[in-house]
Design a protein around this ligand. Sequence first.
Ligand SMILES: CC(C)(COP(=O)(O)OP(=O)(O)OC[C@H]1O[C@@H](n2cnc3c(N)ncnc32)[C@H](O)[C@@H]1OP(=O)(O)O)[C@@H](O)C(=O)NCCC(=O)NCCS
Length: 215
Amino acid sequence: MLASLLPPEVAVEEIFGDPEDAVLFPGEEAVVARAVDKRRLEYTTTRHLARTALARLGLPPVAIGTGGNREPLWPAGIVGSMTHCRGYRAVAVARAGAGAAGLGIDAEPHGPLPEGVFDTIARPDEMPALEALAAERPRVRWDRLVFSAKESVYKAWFPVARRWLGFGEASVGFVPVEEMSGTFTARILQSGAPITEMSGRWTIESGLVLTAVMV
Ligand SMILES: CC(C)(COP(=O)(O)OP(=O)(O)OC[C@H]1O[C@@H](n2cnc3c(N)ncnc32)[C@H](O)[C@@H]1OP(=O)(O)O)[C@@H](O)C(=O)NCCC(=O)NCCS
């Protein structure tokens, strides 16, 4: 599903569930040493998927630790992103310079956001287009799609910018291509931002909203 949102030079691995042969490498273990089982499993599975994806790029198996801002620590020369939600896990990696300076992926359940959340993540300038899209394509949960797109933007943004980006500091615009999939652009509105625009794709499949962006 997610591979359809990214170009072929990006290695994508996704799975529903947690494979029994997935293991943590030294350097990863400490991150989830005191975590509950659910967290440990999602962390272990995404690392397992990351090693499979990196092998497709010709890299040996290495630990993918976690930085001080929770960002995954990729091997030198690699950009990538991870997501997990409700039993679904996915990883996307690419060689830096193969057209990508940054990557962000996100998966969310295709259901309404909790009460009050949309108002805190959407900008007034995004509303007119979203209202028109909601009237045109009522089956799409546009509130959840905005949330997912902005989380993908943040995951691609952080490793490049090394600083926080608030939901109000990006303005997203969506273009449907098919009934439940399409493209989007994000304008970054933070002053002095090292990235000012990102483009991405979205799809709704198997009860999930999936988004991916490349810098
Ligand atoms: C970091 C954040 C985006 C993660 O999203 P989430 O829905 O909680 O969880 P997901 O499963 O989709 O993604 C989690 C993964 O994101 C990645 N991630 C977390 N922080 C990250 C960062 N600073 N930079 C890059 N990737 C990061 C990690 O790989 C993490 O999984 P792991 O801890 O198992 O390694 C979210 O918690 C957050 O803090 N959002 C606020 C910032 C934001 O989105 N701003 C919008 C800007 S327009």
